[in-house]
Design a binder for this molecule. Sequence first.
Ligand code: HAM
Length: 494
Amino acid sequence: EPPSGTRDFFPEQIRLQKAAAKAAHQAAAGAAKPGQKQTSGHTVAEHVEVGRAIETEPPSGTRDFFPEQMRLQNWLFGHFRATARRFAFQEYDAPVLESEELYKRKGGEEITEQMYNFVDKDGKNVTLRPEMTPSLARMILSLGGKVLLPVKWFSLPQCWRFETVQRGRKREHYQWNMDIIGEKSVAAEIELLAAVVDFFRGIGITAADVGLKVNSRRVLSAILTKFGIAPDQFPFVCVIVDKLDKIGADAVVELLLGQGVAEAAGRQIVASLSLKSVDELKLLMGDTDDGGAVDELVTIFEMAEAYGFADWILFDASVVRGLAYYTGIVFEGFDRRGELRAICGGGRYDKLLSLYGSPEVVPACGFGFGDCVVIELLKERGLLPTLEPEVDFVVAPYNAELRAACAKVAALLRGAGFAVDVLLEPAKKVKKAFEYADRVRGDRVFFVAPDEWASGKVRMKDLRSGSADDKEVDLPLDGLIAALAEMGITSSAK
Ligand code: HAM
């Protein structure tokens, strides 16, 4: 169960929520009451107490999303969701607050040191989630046997980690998660890799910009077995080996010594990490590969050909990822210029549900894809989209008496799904309405003025059309929407 008083959102509830939001939107559009009295909003209280100026920056490593950034975020999320839809994954969600015990695992991972944890007023040890995978595992477990596996689910959670803030690494980030629960073959990993590539292509990133490094932890595990290292040391060794890039070979061997791994074995482990081809790996593994780790990798490369993304993936034995629970294939997205940190990462975690008490082994794999590094990448490559607010019409009353008429026009347009901005202060001069429309990026202005209104018409001016002829027309209020449709004017909101 999620923490007391919080909710999980299984795919069914996400659908319900979306339907409710849509209904509310439609109701709001239909329920606009024309003629409501408005106050001008110009009065300012004469005596206000001025307090001490507050800090206007959000906490270190966290972000505000002003409308401009929110447009970009929505654009990015739109691409995450569109890819998930193309791969037929269903959306779910869970509370950002989780029970701390969910992240207590052996392995010495950084993530468990970086938690925003505290004791709540019920005396419960809780934390802001640093990642989504444990919540997903908990939700699947809560369904008991009631869910037919495999399931393919995705989410867009905000995750919190008390990290050292640097380029592409913050203390909160949104992380697109795609997971397949209940499939033990690498057919699952291949779908996930294909989804990552599909997403990159969708935003204009090519195989020349980004690659996906693939490895299998089972290779490392076989090497450890060869050296007589106990299986329960495995998660610790992976977490240490993941630091190779940052701390170098000698320091890794040193840390491994601390875990009881002999120096010779440590050196051999580090040496095996420099392998860059599956053929080299085959040689190294020889007959120790009884688990078929090499075969899985070979299958992935073969299937990538069939899927049409072979140019995106490469084998790299040094990729192990820093989370203790991965058991098999692991992968990460990287910037080919080598300037940015990992763009995304994931892998197989077949033992996590057992760790949480599942009597049966539930195979699982997935990835997390943050919202920060990919934006840095788009900036570097000049691929950031220019996103303007989408306002189809500005409706402007000529004077205060015409506010009711103006509201009627706005309600009519909104009812037909158009995005409509009402000028709150009457605009005696059309110029004022046009200036306002320019500021809010409205495409067209409806000017509600006494003479036209008296004859059942409203004047529409097109601010974007280049031709002078069709810039200004008087349209009948009756049948306004049909007239717009005839002119080919459709809503920007899809
Ligand atoms: P992770 O490797 O810890 O995996 O994170 C996945 C991705 O989240 C990273 O590659 C990066 O894009 C983003 N990310 C992580 N930390 C930060 C941060 N501090 N600031 C910005 N972005 C960040 C996991 O979290 C796994 N739970 C993923 C997974 C899902 N594995 C299986 N299913």
